[in-house]
Design a protein around this ligand. Structure first.
Ligand SMILES: CC(C)(COP(=O)(O)OP(=O)(O)OC[C@H]1O[C@@H](n2cnc3c(N)ncnc32)[C@H](O)[C@@H]1OP(=O)(O)O)[C@@H](O)C(=O)NCCC(=O)NCCS
Length: 169
């Protein structure tokens, strides 16, 4: 049975692996190979993830992992961007383990964390056209609010994200 727990230093390589494979499997039709390589190299390298394992409250509440039979199958993390406002910053699964409820377990965990930190709403950015992410967020109560130039995209890159929000209480 899968469990969700706070990540430890021993999970660094597994988080990099699951997020890299999850990211690469999600965007081949939406992003260029250069864009994908750049994001993976920036966010999911061990030197960076090692510094982000622990919480830096309230802005970052630490990586959370979904584990089954001792294997990390997913990772997520959130925090507060301002008092009362939560954000899910990252959520990726092993591509072979989607649609088994692991994403919901991770989202529930991050939701609990941001609520405990005082959030009454939670936001997420999801790439326009991400048919693996948007239906999940809709099914879990998020509504799209606005379409914006994607965080991490260069000014000359036509890459857009939906900002979606869910009330919490
Ligand atoms: C998004 C993600 C974390 C969701 O996790 P998951 O474990 O696959 O989702 P769950 O099994 O908890 O799904 C819960 C519900 O969401 C909906 N849902 C999830 N994925 C869906 C999809 N691809 N298409 C349609 N509905 C979907 C369904 O209603 C599902 O319930 P059901 O399986 O009983 O029908 C995971 O699929 C993933 O890693 N996707 C690729 C990466 C990604 O897009 N991350 C988000 C970046 S912003």
């Amino acid at each position: 049975m899968a469990i969700v727990r706070a990540a430890t230093a021993a999970d660094v390589d597994a988080i990099c692996d699951v997020c890299t494979r999850g990211y690469r499997a999600t965007y081949p039709d939406l992003l260029t190979p250069e864009y994908i390589d750049r994001v993976v190299a920036e966010f999911y390298r061990p030197e960076r993830v090692r510094t982000e394992i622990g919480a830096a409250p309230p802005h970052w509440l630490g990586y959370q992992v979904a584990e089954e039979d001792g294997r990390v199958l997913g990772a997520a993390g959130g925090g507060l961007t301002s008092p009362g406002t939560g954000e899910l910053f990252v959520i990726y699964l092993d591509p072979d383990h989607r649609r088994r409820g692991l994403g919901t377990l991770l989202l529930d965990r991050v939701t609990e964390q941001v609520v405990e930190a005082g959030a009454t709403r939670m936001w997420v950015s999801v790439l326009d056209g991400n048919t693996k992410g948007i239906p999940f967020y809709r099914a879990r109560g998020f509504e799209p609010v606005e379409r914006k130039h994607a965080f991490g995209a260069r000014a000359d890159e036509e890459v857009y994200s939906w900002r979606m929000v869910k009330p919490l209480s």
